[in-house]
Design a protein around this ligand. Structure first.
Ligand code: GMT
Length: 381
């Protein structure tokens, strides 16, 4: 197949899933064309089946906000037409699904039919999408997609609850490449961070409010009162300054390191004992899956799709959003040397259920279904 993938190329989970999916499909022999405004972070190597088309965003004195969606739709028209794509797969509804709708209509006037698959990732539905300023367009463009997928049952449920959706939504969960995300021997790194064999807790995110990074610091502060521990914070974003202030306020700065946006997050996860994800909303929790693949148990909230990944009492524990005391209690259970090996083993066993080789065929089968459906609709007409 000749597939176009549209995504956010930055560190967000939707961009990571889209890029890893594209790479996986290219390895299977499909030709994959990425259409974005900059080179996706994880696409920094050569593969004969991978292509990258940059969206040109022209500024003009009249444009306070350059119309990205129009530039994207124009680029999609171009790539579909000249690269002879079979299908467009857009990740994150805003504005990718509506840009795809526009491209599809334009291409129809050239006699070209292009099926569009939209994957809903999370905040495009639970946070930004349902805001009145976007909702009508999100509803319309989801309903106009030829196929729609969501990354968890909970996100599917939320989508039906908040939007007037007439389409079937197929659930295809996030996935993991276990050949990359696996526990590596990084003892020297552990020794440098935890010279006295302290417990090592890790959190990775884009430091948006929805991630509640302050809860990570509060849980850590409580844990550290009971046992020697260190905390590594990976990623960066708007809340970073507030988190730094909180660390100073709690007097935990010496035991916390901010590592910024790391490419090789699996190296840090390889030496971690516990991962904390206290999100307000989380449609799946890819970062938690990455941790589990590196044998790291997870303390998370019970929100969104997290219970579909993190099994309470087995791979970690689930708590209500904001229940720092419960998260602290659970963290101490996991970090108990008697319990830790069992939790680590269970985390890896669970992660294996989301191996890319199990999940990618679900996307391929879905593409085939959509291609078949759209071509039979064309024949009936
Ligand atoms: O919140 C993020 O980390 C970024 C965001 C995105 O869309 O880029 O992630 C969402 O998509 C991921 C991949 O499908 C999911 O694993 C995350 O749970 C989801 N984030 C939220 O729902 C908050």
């Amino acid at each position: 197949m000749n597939i176009g993938i549209v995504c956010y190329p930055t560190f967000g989970g939707s961009g990571v899933v889209a890029t890893e999916l594209g790479i996986g499909l290219a390895k299977e022999g499909h030709r994959v064309h990425f259409i974005t405004y900059s080179q996706p972070t994880r696409l920094s190597f050569f593969n004969e089946n991978l292509f990258y088309h940059e969206v040109d965003i022209r500024s003009y004195p009249l444009f306070v906000y350059p119309p990205y969606e129009l530039a994207l739709a124009s680029k999609m028209v171009d790539v579909v037409k000249y690269e002879k794509l079979d299908l467009l797969h857009v990740h994150y509804a805003i504005p990718h699904a509506s840009a795809a709708y526009m491209a599809k209509q334009i291409l129809a006037t050239h006699g070209i039919k292009i099926p569009v698959v939209t994957t809903l990732h999370g905040t495009d539905i639970t946070l930004v999408g349902k805001d009145a300023s976007y909702e009508p367009v999100v509803t319309f463009s989801i309903n106009q997609s030829d196929g729609v997928t969501a990354v968890s049952d909970d996100l599917k449920k939320d989508t039906y609850e908040h939007f007037d959706i007439t389409k079937d939504i197929r659930v295809i969960p996030n996935f993991i490449d276990l050949s990359r995300f696996k526990k590596q021997k990084k003892e020297h790194f552990k020794k440098a961070i935890c010279p006295n064999d302290e417990a090592l807790i890790v959190h990775t995110s884009n430091f948006r409010k929805v991630k509640r990074v302050d809860d990570v610091v509060r849980v850590f502060n409580n844990v550290r009162r009971e046992i020697p521990a260190k905390l590594l914070l990976v990623g960066d974003g708007p809340e970073r300054k507030n988190i730094e202030s909180l660390c100073r306020e709690l007097g935990t700065c010496d035991d916390i390191r901010f590592l910024g946006k790391l490419d090789q997050v699996e190296e840090v996860l390889s030496v971690a004992d516990l991962f904390i994800m206290p999100s307000e909303k989380e449609s799946f929790g890819l970062a938690a899956l990455e941790a589990m693949a590196c044998e790291v148990p997870v303390i998370s909230t019970n929100t969104g799709g997290l219970p579909e990944l993190n099994v309470h009492g087995e791979t970690g524990f689930l708590s209500n959003v904001g229940d720092v005391e419960d998260m602290t209690k659970n963290a101490l259970i996991i970090l108990d040397k008697e319990n830790l090996p069992r939790f680590k083993e269970n985390a890896l066993t669970r992660a294996k259920q989301f191996e890319i080789s199990r999940i990618m065929p679900l996307y391929e089968a879905f593409y085939e279904e959509i291609l078949e459906q759209t071509s039979s609709v064309q024949k009936i007409r």
